[in-house]
Design a protein around this ligand. Structure first.
Ligand code: LMR
Length: 321
């Protein structure tokens, strides 16, 4: 007789539940792949009228009932659309979701915002949920970290898992900074393994920054499978202890950050977790002029986005550049 020790129920709410990303993600969560085989999960699926119809057409999802984890994925970007166009469409929704969270969610809820522009949407959401610690909100930049690791592994001719300590700094946008200064391949600094530093500064950086847009151009829609994989990675990074010496990237609130980044924005930075759902920022990272300059650019973009949603964060009148 198999004896299973079941753990305490984890409640998970997923918005955009009939969308392409959730279509991949929900089955991973329900299968035990994300939280483990002996971990009961309760899924609460949120969506529009259209999503309800789509979910009814899917009996296995329909039978699931069911908040410690909240995953937000909504209107994706289409061809020719800039991420800023989504601020209007999605920003209002995130303000509402933040208010709803503030009213009913556990103070311990962890929120992962996927819908773009995800950093600023996470900011809108947390500002509308003042009873929940700002630290509990994340914008998904794990997708970018995974893309950066993949490019470095291909260049060095090694398997993906040999690449570690990859930070994505800043916005989930074309100004993001994939950090090759602190990253390692097989334990060695990337710059010692990949001698072509021009490739790192130009081709590598641009490829990672523009990958989301390139996929939209190719497919006519944004990536869903790789996004769902990176959501799973992001959750796992919070619920399992981070391996010694390594870290992961997440878009988190900048208050109290040790890097001198302006406070009051959601910025991707290097994090470590004890596996308790919480994280701390990594202190021992190095900077050079190139990295500082690039970080300043993505920081400026996020500050501009913040000014443009001031009406949604309760910080005054919106001023868009
Ligand atoms: C991605 O990075 O693939 C998505 O965030 C899509 C987008 O709008 O860039």
């Amino acid at each position: 007789e198999e004896t299973r020790s079941w753990k305490k129920l984890i409640n998970i709410a997923v918005s955009g539940a009939a969308g392409m990303i959730a279509n991949h993600l929900l089955f991973k969560i329900a299968s035990g792949e994300v939280f483990g085989p002996n971990q009961p999960v309760a899924l609460k699926l949120l969506g529009s009228e259209r999503s309800i119809q789509a979910l009814e057409a899917n009996p296995s999802m329909n039978s699931l009932n069911s908040q410690n984890f909240l995953l937000f994925c909504i209107s994706p970007r289409g061809p020719g659309m800039e991420r800023a166009d989504l601020l209007d469409i999605n920003g209002q929704i995130y303000a509402e979701q933040g208010k709803a969270l503030n009213a009913v969610a556990s103070r311990n809820v962890k929120v992962i915002v996927v819908g773009n522009p995800c950093n600023t949407n996470a900011l809108i959401c947390l500002k509308n949920a003042p009873n929940i610690p700002a630290k509990n909100f994340h914008a998904l930049t794990r997708l970018d970290e995974n893309r950066a690791k993949c490019q470095l592994a291909l260049k060095a001719g090694v398997f993906y898992d040999k690449v570690s300590n990859v930070t994505i700094w800043g916005n989930h946008s074309t100004t993001q900074v994939p950090d090759f200064l602190n990253a390692r391949i097989d334990g060695l600094p990337v710059k010692e393994v990949v001698r072509d530093h021009k490739w790192l500064e130009e081709e590598f950086t641009e490829k990672v920054q523009k990958r989301g847009g390139a996929l939209i151009q190719k497919w006519g829609r944004s990536s869903a499978a790789s996004t769902s994989v990176s959501i799973v990675d992001a959750i796992r990074s919070l619920i399992t202890p981070t391996p010694e010496g390594d870290w992961f990237s997440s878009g988190v609130y900048t208050d109290g950050n040790p890097y001198g980044i302006t406070e009051g924005i959601v910025f991707s930075m290097p994090c470590r977790s004890k596996g308790d759902g919480d994280y701390e920022l990594v202190k021992d990272v190095i900077f050079d002029d190139y990295l500082r300059k690039r970080i300043a650019k993505t920081e400026a973009e996020l500050l501009a986005e913040k000014r443009c949603v001031a009406h949604l964060t309760g910080e005054g009148i919106a001023v868009c550049d």
